[in-house]
Design a protein around this ligand. Structure first.
Ligand SMILES: [Fe+2]
Length: 134
């Protein structure tokens, strides 16, 4: 049993994507929908700003705002395209929004790290599945 837990942990690490340093969007994150790619760049920037100014409530509010706008726009595109994984994707967005709602200033290093890892893994692991389908 213990070996299975260790194997699962190793697999999770192997499957995780590299976190860019500094935390900036690059072309490896392209989903090839202009609006979404632009919004994703804005999410990277918003998280980066919270990372730089963890005590600044306006930066955190901006992150909340751009996340909400982006998720709604992306969900609308998935709905319009009758994307088959819409329900699952919507739930993943809702879970992240609930986590973000619980974050207040000063934002902790762990919270920033979580947001960075979540965004990178979400785009490359989840959003990439809709490439060419919307
Ligand atoms: Fe998404």
């Amino acid at each position: 049993m213990k070996i299975l837990v260790v194997l699962a942990a190793c697999l999770a690490v192997c499957l995780a994507f590299d976190i860019p340093r500094p935390f900036k969007w690059d072309e490896s994150f392209k989903v090839f929908y202009e609006k979404i790619d632009e919004q994703h760049q804005g999410l990277f920037e918003a998280i980066y700003q919270v990372c730089r100014h963890p005590e600044d409530a306006e930066k955190l509010k901006h992150l909340d705002d751009v996340i909400e706008k982006h998720f709604r726009d992306e969900e609308k595109m998935m709905e319009d395209a009758k994307y088959e994984e819409y329900d699952e994707h919507h739930k993943i967005h809702a879970d992240f929004e609930a986590k973000l709602d619980a974050v207040h200033v000063p934002v902790t290093r762990d919270q920033v790290k979580y947001a960075k890892e979540w965004l990178v893994n979400h785009i490359k692991g989840i959003d990439f599945k809709y490439k060419g389908k919307l």
